[in-house]
Design a binder for this molecule. Structure first.
Ligand code: MF3
Ligand code: CO
Ligand code: CO
Length: 316
C-alpha cells in the first residue's frame, strides 16, 4: 500500500535553527502519507479524500507513446464532434466517386473538395498546412502520397489516391480512397484491392488491450504475403484535435509491442503499399512522394476510434 503513495507529494517547509532564531526556510517535497491532509485542500485526511482516485489513476494504462509524448484520449463529446467531421470527409469522398473519370484534372478534384468543404461549414485542412499549396492530396500511379493537384489529366488505366482531411467545428478527420480510372490492368486492380484489405485487417486489430504493433503486423503480413512492400517513412497518426497528433501508427511491426489501445483513442490507419520495393523519394517540390523504382503505389485511410469493446470507423 505504502508504495502507491508515491503518486502525490506534499510541500514541507524546513527551518534551520541558528542560535536564537530560525532562518532559511526551504521547501522540500516529501511523499504524501495516508494520514496527511489531502493535497486538494479539502482539509480531510488523504485516505478519506483523493487516495482511492489517485490509486485508480495509477492503474490506468499509460497514455504516452514510446518516447513519452502524451496520447490525448478524447472525451465522448470530442468524439461526437470528430464523428461529425468524419461524416463530412466521407461525404466529400462520396461526392467524388462519380466525378472522377478520364479527362478531368487533379485541379478539378481540388476545386470540388475545397468548395464542398466550405459549402458544408468545413475547412480543407491541407491548404497551407506546413506550406502545402492545395486543399487535397491527389497521388497518381507511382505517387505514394502528398501529390499536389495540378493540370494533370486523368487517363484510362490510372490509379489515383485522393486524401481528404476536413476541419469541422475545430475537429479533424482524415480519410483517403483509391479511384480506378476506367479499365485498369489486373496488376493495378490487385494492388488496390490488397491495400484495402490491409487497411481492413489493421482495423480488425483495434480493440482495448491490443497494441499498435498488432495493427502494423497484420498489415505487413498481408502486404508481404502478396509480394508487395510497406512504406516505412510515412505512417498513420493520432488525429482529431490537431491534424497530426501522437501516437505514430506504423503499418509494420511486431505483435504485442508499442502503445496499448484504450477506449477513446482516435487515430488514422493509412497503409501505403508498393507493388515493387518499399523505398521512396521526395520530388523537388518538397511534397510529392514517389516510389524509388517507379512501381505503382496504393493507399487507403480511415480515422478510427477505439471503443469499449472494439472499434468505430469515424470516416465510414
Ligand atoms: N492527409 C495526409 C495524412 O494522411 C497528410 C497530408 S499533409 C498535406 O496524414 F499537407 F499534404 F496535406
Ligand atoms: Co492521415
Ligand atoms: Co490523410
Amino acid at each position: 500500500m505504502g508504495r502507491l503513495l508515491n503518486i502525490r507529494y506534499m510541500n514541507v517547509v524546513c527551518w534551520r535553527h541558528g542560535g536564537e532564531q530560525y532562518y532559511e526556510g526551504r521547501q522540500y517535497m516529501r511523499k504524501l502519507s495516508r494520514n496527511d491532509p489531502c493535497w486538494c485542500g479539502s482539509g480531510k485526511k488523504y485516505k478519506h479524500c483523493h487516495l482511492k482516485k489517485d490509486i485508480a489513476r495509477l492503474h490506468r494504462p499509460r497514455t504516452v507513446d514510446e518516447i513519452g509524448r502524451e496520447v490525448v484520449i478524447k472525451t465522448d463529446e470530442q468524439i461526437e464532434s470528430i464523428r461529425k467531421s468524419g461524416q463530412l470527409t466521407r461525404d466529400i469522398l462520396d461526392m467524388l466517386e462519380e466525378r472522377i473519370v478520364a479527362g478531368i484534372t487533379t485541379d478539378d478534384i481540388n476545386h470540388w473538395v475545397h468548395q464542398y468543404a466550405l459549402d458544408h461549414g468545413g475547412i480543407p485542412a491541407p491548404l497551407n498546412y506546413r506550406g502545402f499549396p492545395k486543399s487535397v492530396c491527389t497521388s497518381l500511379n507511382d505517387v505514394v502520397c502528398h501529390g499536389i493537384p495540378d493540370g494533370t489529366v486523368l487517363r484510362e488505366g490510372d490509379i489515383l489516391n485522393v486524401d481528404v482531411t476536413t476541419i469541422l467545428d475545430g475537429y479533424y478527420s482524415d480519410s483517403s480512397r483509391m479511384f480506378l480510372i476506367g479499365q485498369v490492368t489486373d496488376e493495378a486492380r490487385r494492388l488496390v484491392e490488397v491495400t484495402r484489405e490491409c487497411l481492413n485487417l489493421g482495423i480488425e486489430q483495434v480493440k482495448p488491450g491490443n497494441t499498435l504493433g498488432d495493427i502494423g503486423h497484420a498489415i505487413q503480413q498481408h502486404a508481404e504475403r502478396h509480394n508487395y512492400s510497406v512504406v516505412r517513412e510515412y505512417i498513420g497518426h493520432g488525429t482529431g484535435i490537431r491534424f497530426h497528433e501522437p501516437p505514430d501508427v506504423r503499418h509494420f511491426g511486431n505483435p504485442g509491442t508499442g502503445v496499448v489501445l484504450v477506449p477513446n483513442m482516435v487515430f488514422t490507419i493509412e497503409p501505403m503499399i508498393n507493388a515493387g520495393g518499399r523505398r521512396v523519394r521526395v520530388l523537388e517540390d518538397g511534397w510529392t512522394v514517389v516510389t524509388a523504382d517507379g512501381s505503382l503505389s496504393a493507399q487507403w485511410e480511415h480515422t478510427i476510434c477505439v471503443t469499449r469493446h472494439s472499434v468505430e470507423i469515424l470516416t465510414a
